[in-house]
Design a protein around this ligand. Structure first.
Ligand code: SF4
Ligand code: SF4
Length: 189
């Protein structure tokens, strides 16, 4: 899903301001040196590399940013952030764009990745840590591919890589609290 082209410049500026507020970064500080992109190992799969994401935000072109493959595929390794000479947390800027895209139901053409991220977070939120069996089952059902990788199940169980019973961790409420504080009332659509 993409935001309509008719989106106003004012709306774009509002979203950029919101990304800056949430990330605590100023996109105008970027001077387009490109170091973030040169160190990003996922840039080959992006439609807009990190430095172009920053430029698009400077120009208020949020429709391109929120609907980008970059916002869905960035895996938050933070290499770009650690290399920025302006100390801009580029990964966090992209993460906030991703969160806003999620809140607006924008998939950027990567529906399964968005589904996986939502399932992963809900899984950790519920159990306090990842319960792989539930995550894999949920993904297979939601992607209408219930037997995906089914032949691997005996091997996975034999190697004890996946636990059938959900894990029990101490102080699970503290994990819930982290989610509440990070997400507030925001929900993914
Ligand atoms: S490394 Fe920093 S200053 Fe350079 S392009 Fe990336 S965000 Fe901008
Ligand atoms: S955080 Fe995202 S954009 Fe930055 S280097 Fe890692 S994958 Fe690339």
């Amino acid at each position: 899903m993409t935001i309509p082209v008719s989106q106003t410049v004012a709306d774009g500026a509002t979203i950029v301001a919101e990304i800056e507020r949430r990330s605590g970064e100023s996109v105008s500080a970027c001077y387009q040196c490109g170091r973030c992109t040169s160190t990003c190992t996922a840039a080959f799969a992006f439609d807009y590399p990190p430095h172009r994401i920053m430029r698009l935000l400077q120009l208020g072109q949020v429709d391109k940013v929120l609907g980008s493959r970059t916002a869905q595929l960035c895996f938050d390794c933070m290499t770009c952030s650690s290399r920025c000479p302006m100390n801009i947390d580029v990964a966090n800027v992209i993460e906030q764009a991703k969160m806003i895209a999620d809140e607006r139901g924008i998939e950027g053409g990567e529906k399964e990745i968005r589904l996986f991220r939502r399932a992963f977070l809900q899984n950790v939120r519920r159990h306090g840590r990842l319960h792989e069996a539930r995550l894999l089952t949920w993904m297979n059902l939601r992607t209408f591919n219930p037997f995906n990788d089914f032949s691997l199940v005996p091997l996975i169980l034999r190697k004890k890589k996946v636990h059938v019973i959900p894990p029990r961790i101490k102080n699970r409420e503290q994990v819930h609290r982290i989610f509440r504080e990070v997400n507030g009332d925001r929900k993914m659509k």
